[in-house]
Design a protein around this ligand. Structure first.
Ligand SMILES: [Zn+2]
Length: 95
């Protein structure tokens, strides 16, 4: 009897966010580097590395240093984060 393994897995992409130039170098609350950037996230259930079913479509802030991620819904929410970041950088928060 021959056994053919059927491989299901997860495939994901991080696509560059359109206006990433103004949003790069955001503060990471996990590893404290200024390396966070917004991405468009796509996750699929894959069969033999062929993506079949989408399981997640959304926008996330991603830290490439420690792999910290946080979802954000829209431009407004991203702008709010950027404003809070500016406060952190100027030492107005947490001192
Ligand atoms: Zn980090």
């Amino acid at each position: 009897m021959s056994f053919v393994p059927i491989v299901f897995g997860k495939k994901d992409w991080d696509k560059e966010y359109e206006q990433s130039a103004q949003y790069n170098s955001l503060y990471c609350p996990n590893c404290h580097n200024y390396s966070v950037r917004p991405v468009k996230r796509r996750e699929f259930i894959a069969f033999w590395f062929i993506p079949l079913f989408p399981i997640f479509f959304g926008k996330q802030l991603v830290c490439p240093v420690c792999n910290w991620r946080q979802d954000f819904k829209n431009e407004e929410q991203l702008q709010k984060v950027v404003r809070e970041q500016a406060n952190i950088q100027q030492g107005k928060v947490g001192s």
